[in-house]
Design a protein around this ligand. Structure first.
Ligand code: GLV
Length: 334
């Protein structure tokens, strides 16, 4: 159909989202499982009015500068958007959106599941049984874990996902400590959570779970010095972004027993190399960045990205605009 706006999508979206998108726009999709190479992205943004992308696409200044003046928006199918150069997009009047809210409970479920799995060595137990190593009928000392009920959880980043994890922790009768740049007094009352500095959180928590976005100030927030503050019996859970944790330091901490175990859904590089030494450790439970990965939630995220893109291309302020300063550079047209 002539005159329809063009949207480039960097991966196949769930069916409902594809149908909605195709009913509104001229759509081109990158059909490979792997992300499109940068050269393709740079070529596609020359023509497209909108780009729908995943967190695997590095939308840096070079890609944004390659875009033609018709590119109005970048709609990311994820809540985190550290892969997009917001400053470059804003300068060019390009709206950038994300998908907050719809994945909060799903991600918190996963963070808590990972916490429980690490505490009770579930992945290790699975490997043990399947490898035929279960010989003693019932071992009093077999695969002993850590209790969760009534323990102390330290939540780094008490935003939407952090507070959803706190609600789950409250149900497990846990003492809740949190650290954030801002105090959340209402939540403190609701959840009996205590605001503490990062050092106190690390020293006193049995479980430390990370829920901050990746930024220059959170890169390697968990480093050697901070890992050394944690209890020898503590578990570290990361479902945020890999580079928030210094993996080399974490390896040392786990290998030398400064902390007890870790559950990692995110990695400094994704996919992490099969040679990553962390993968050789029994006290690491690993997963491939799937915390928001439920069937319902991934569909909701894609639909939300489509609605954001639709608003942008119709000249409205999209519901989940992350670079609000762009409104001064290019005000909405309706
Ligand atoms: C997933 O990691 C997201 O940011 O949505």
């Amino acid at each position: 159909m002539p005159g329809r706006k063009k949207v480039y999508v960097t991966r196949e979206l769930p069916e409902k989202a594809m149908e909605t998108l195709e009913s509104r726009f001229e759509v081109e999709v990158w059909r490979d499982e792997m992300p499109p190479p940068k050269s393709i992205l740079m070529e596609k943004v020359k023509q497209a009015d909108g780009l729908i992308c995943l967190l695997t696409e590095k939308i840096d200044r070079e890609v944004i500068e390659a875009a033609g003046p018709q590119l109005l928006g970048i709609s990311q199918v994820a809540v985190g958007f550290d892969n997009i150069d917001l400053e470059a997009a804003t300068e060019k009047g390009i709206y950038v959106t994300n998908t907050p809210g719809v994945l909060t409970e799903t991600t918190a479920d996963y963070a808590f599941a990972l916490l429980m799995a690490v505490a009770r060595r579930i992945a290790e137990a699975d490997r043990y049984v399947k490898a035929g190593r279960w010989r003693v009928p019932w071992g009093l000392m077999m695969l002993l874990g850590q209790d969760v009920w009534g323990k102390t959880i330290g939540i780094i980043g008490m935003g939407r996902i952090g507070s959803a994890v706190a609600r789950r922790a409250k149900g497990m009768n846990m003492r809740i400590l949190y650290y954030d740049l801002v105090r959340r007094e209402k939540l403190e009352k609701e959840l009996d959570a205590e605001y503490v500095d990062l050092e106190t959180l690390l020293r006193e928590s049995d479980f430390v779970t990370i829920h901050v976005p990746l930024s220059p100030s959170t890169r390697h927030l968990i480093n050697e010095e901070r890992l050394r503050l944690m209890k020898r019996t503590a578990c570290l859970i990361n479902t945020s972004r890999g580079p928030v944790v210094d993996e080399k330091a974490l390896y040392k901490a786990l290998k030398e027993g400064w902390i007890w175990a870790a559950g990692l859904d995110v990695w400094e590089e994704e996919p992490t190399s099969p040679d990553n030494p962390l993968l050789k450790l029994d006290n690491v439970t690993a997963s491939p960045h799937i915390a928001s990965g439920s069937i319902e939630t991934r569909t909701k995220m894609a639909l939300m990205a489509v609605e954001n893109m639709t608003a942008i291309l119709e000249g409205r302020v999209p519901p989940n605009l992350v670079n609000r300063e762009v409104l001064k550079v290019r005000p909405p047209s309706s």
